[in-house]
Design a protein around this ligand. Structure first.
Ligand code: SF4
Length: 434
């Protein structure tokens, strides 16, 4: 199995030895370090940060969870030793623990996962293991929260490194959304129109905190994934004159555009500005209000990369994720969720060249899985999701061995009051039909 981590180690070593002549490049040589160095740096600086990788320039909110120090023995252990310890702990735990690995997680961790998928597939996979006392989620914070909402109360959801958040999810916080909502209600009122449609309805992407999912549940709104965003927006437009979509502006814009909403009826809401930076009339004329959020992994893709891929590989199929900017989605052959990308490659019957616009770990894994095709990442620079990268086999070994010893560490718990409303929004999503 190919591994971004191994590639990064090699490139960084070569860069140190050969300088400019090194093959390949990474967005940060700091990626070659152990994530515990960032846990320590955060503790010393007293401020959280996302660490090296695509989100390194994003500002982490002060309330971002931080990881305490990983015990020294796990930092010092070799990959082989960690592997043996993880497998031994897994064997000792048997059905008492299930390990979930997100598509964007590094291979060094994925090799121990019982299920691999996107966030919602994984939360559902956990439901097939009701006997598991612990669900170890090798993904990011909002995914562990969703698993906690959907799992049984006596199941503990564990995030191996608490600092593994999501910079996009952090771009919309509950207070700012509540403030935005208050301003919108002042302008639109709350009365439905003649067709019974409310003035505005909140829609949150799965990549958001449980508090925001609960906000949607409480205000008649709904959750969406990148697979069902179109169906969810159609559902919302049947019930509302307009939609407030957070946190990912790109998924919102790309989906609404595909539904025929004109760009001039899509506004951006900047939470740092009064009325989000809009005037009242523009808000009254709008159909979609997009939160000023984005994924720094998918923001890296651009039209120039697509043009180069088409020049270098005539006939190449370009598939990108809808978290990419609109011009990238428009220039690609197709756009869709991680599941869509995987299925598109699996469905190709003739050897095909695919240029993919999504996270590098998933692209490398697809390349290894489908050797009959040429699969490469549109971005030539190796720059993984910073927060997924915070999970390393050392943390996995630690949480599993603690479980064997009867201790639950790094448990993610969503308050009961939040769970109820969040579940409502998730249930609406499951019931929404095209
Ligand atoms: S890839 Fe982007 S949206 Fe996904 S977890 Fe990383 S920062 Fe968040």
């Amino acid at each position: 199995m190919s591994s971004v981590n191994t590639a990064i180690q090699l490139i960084t070593r070569e860069q140190a030895e050969k300088g400019a002549t090194a093959a390949g490049s990474t967005c940060s040589p700091a990626l070659a370090k152990g994530p515990w160095d960032y846990d320590l740096a955060e503790a010393l600086a007293g401020i959280p940060a996302y660490g090296p990788g695509a989100s390194s320039a994003d500002v982490a909110p002060a309330a971002t969870p931080r990881q305490g120090q990983l015990p020294e023995e796990y930092k010092l252990a070799s990959d082989a030793e960690l592997g043996e310890r993880i497998l031994a702990a897994k064997a000792a735990l048997g059905d008492r623990a299930v390990i979930l690995g997100h598509f964007y997680q590094r291979d060094e961790v994925i090799q121990y996962a019982d299920f691999v998928g996107d966030s919602f597939q994984l939360a559902n996979a956990a439901l097939t293991r009701p006997d598991a006392e612990a669900i170890v989620f090798c993904g990011v914070h909002f995914m562990a929260e969703t698993a906690d909402i959907l799992s049984a109360p006596d199941q503990a959801v564990i995030l191996p490194n608490l600092a593994a958040g999501c910079s996009m999810a952090d771009m919309a916080d509950a207070d700012s959304v509540a403030e935005c909502w208050e301003q919108l209600e002042e302008i639109f009122g709350t009365e439905p129109d003649a067709e019974g449609r409310v003035p505005v309805l909140p829609v949150t992407y799965m990549n958001s905190s449980a508090a925001l999912k609960a906000f949607c549940g409480e205000h008649g709104g709904i959750v969406c994934t990148s697979s069902n965003a179109r169906t969810v927006l159609e559902w919302a437009f049947q019930r509302a004159q307009r939609v407030l979509f957070f946190p990912d502006q790109h998924l919102g814009r790309n989906t609404a555009k595909a539904l025929g909403v004109p760009l001039e009826q899509m506004l951006m809401w900047n939470p740092r500005k009064d009325l989000g930076g809009n005037d009242e009339q523009a808000l009254l004329d709008s159909r979609v209000i997009l939160w000023h959020g984005f994924c720094s992994v998918h923001k890296r893709f651009n039209v120039g990369q697509i043009e180069k891929a088409r020049m270098d590989f005539p006939g190449v199929q370009v598939i990108v994720h809808p978290e990419c900017p609109m011009d990238v989605v428009d220039a690609a052959d197709s756009a869709g969720s991680t599941d869509f990308i995987k299925k598109a490659i699996a469905a190709a019957t003739e050897p095909t060249t695919f240029a993919i616009g999504t996270e590098i770990n998933m692209v490398n894994r697809l390349a290894a899985e489908y050797p009959q095709h040429t699969v490469f990442c549109l971005d030539p620079v190796i720059c993984p999701c910073s927060t997924m990268y915070r999970i390393h086999p050392g943390y996995l070994a630690w949480v599993l061995e603690e479980l064997v010893a009867g201790r639950v560490v790094n448990r993610i718990t969503v308050a009961e009051s939040v769970q109820d409303h969040a579940r409502t929004a998730l249930e609406r999503m499951l019931a929404a039909r095209p």
